[in-house]
Design a protein around this ligand. Structure first.
Ligand SMILES: [Mn+2]
Length: 355
């Protein structure tokens, strides 16, 4: 296992690399360049990022994310140009040592919450929260406005302003689209990029829908083991993998997360892991919890054991943390609780190794 930490770059992330390096057992980042979907990431800007991370004593082998342009997902004619740009980006990233690219193929929203800072009554910390009942009164445009207002001025991943400016148009393009049609567009994309990945030694890792069920009537095709079995079959290759996010899949109690890890780990189809815990509050109603098993509803020991047994060399990162100790920052991506999460996951790992 390589323990990593999500980082948004020195311009956009208030957490210095030095602090990340000081988390025990931290080997590297899941990092990114802040570029709109569809553009080529140029070699010199990738090199500058990789050099900066290396100078801090950390690795940068995972990029999260290179976003897929909506025209690719909706199958518009411009997709060929955007796919070519994506391929150029893959080649450029490979030149500088990138091994895994996390991405998603979700229409419009890659994750959704109804509250970004819900106070946890037990201890006064706060975390991301979802209650489908609250969504009932809000349309997509309203939820976007609310999420932007609640984000403390930080751009949230998946909620980039240039993407949301086109929201109404984009939503129209998905009207009436079935999951099978979205999968057809997905196959077109994978058929183009996966052979390049094989050639340059990069793995694509698809992040699940979060929450793990359809929203706003949009087609969503990545929220269960069966969904991912289909995705892998679209273009079967060791380079076509899952970014297995325990909190996203685990938002639906019907997903047996350790079993899903074992299923895809045994197939060598896990490119990266996001590990976090979820507390169920009711039907389609949950909040994010501290990583410790007893604070939520996922068995974190069983999760780490499944990784250990089936994909022990994968990249792991603590996922969203709560906001604790009055930290101000990007919702879900503060330093303190994610550092605690990493320490806890490393502790589980050491115990499993020594058993
Ligand atoms: Mn995740």
């Amino acid at each position: 296992m390589k323990m990593t930490f999500r980082w948004y770059g020195s311009q956009a992330d208030p957490i210095p690399l030095k602090y990340i390096k000081q988390i025990p057992g931290m080997t590297g980042l899941m990092g990114l360049l802040d570029r709109p979907a569809g553009v080529v990431w140029e070699p010199e800007e990738i090199k500058a990022l990789v050099d900066e991370v290396h100078e801090a004593g950390l690795e940068l082998e995972v990029i999260e994310s290179v976003n897929v342009h909506e025209d690719i997902k909706t199958g518009l004619p411009a997709r060929d140009e955007y796919i070519q740009n994506y391929i150029d980006t893959i080649r450029n990233l490979a030149r500088y040592g990138i091994k895994v690219i996390v991405y998603n193929f979700m229409p419009v929203f890659d994750w959704l919450r109804t509250d970004l800072a819900r106070v946890i009554p037990e201890d006064g910390s706060n975390s991301l929260y979802f209650d489908e009942k609250d969504l009932g009164q809000m349309g997509p445009l309203e939820i976007v406005r609310k999420t932007a207002e609640d984000s403390h001025g930080f751009t949230l991943p998946g909620w980039e302003p240039e993407r949301l400016a086109l929201l109404e148009t984009t939503l129209k393009q998905y009207e009436g689209m079935t999951p099978d049609t979205l999968r057809k567009h997905y196959k077109y994309f994978l058929d183009a990029v996966i052979p390049v990945c094989e050639e340059v030694g990069v793995r694509m890792a698809c992040h699940p829908d979060d929450p793990a069920w359809p929203i706003f009537g949009l087609p969503r095709i990545a929220h269960s083991q069966e969904d991912y079995d289909k995705i892998i079959k679209l273009h079967d290759s060791p380079a076509n993998t899952v970014c297995l996010c325990t909190g996203s899949l685990g938002s639906n109690p019907e997903n047996d997360v350790p079993a899903v890890i074992r299923h895809f780990g045994e197939m060598d189809r896990i490119g990266a892991m996001h590990v976090r815990n979820v507390k169920y509050l009711g039907y389609h109603h949950f909040r994010e919890a501290a990583h410790l098993s007893s604070t939520g509803d996922l068995d974190m020991y069983a999760i780490m054991k499944a990784i250990h047994d089936t994909c022990p060399d994968t990249y792991v990162r603590p996922d969203h943390g709560r906001m604790i100790w009055d930290e101000q920052g990007r919702p879900g991506y503060g330093l303190y609780d994610r550092a605690l999460g990493a320490a806890y996951l490393n502790g589980l790992w050491e115990a499993i190794e020594k058993q």
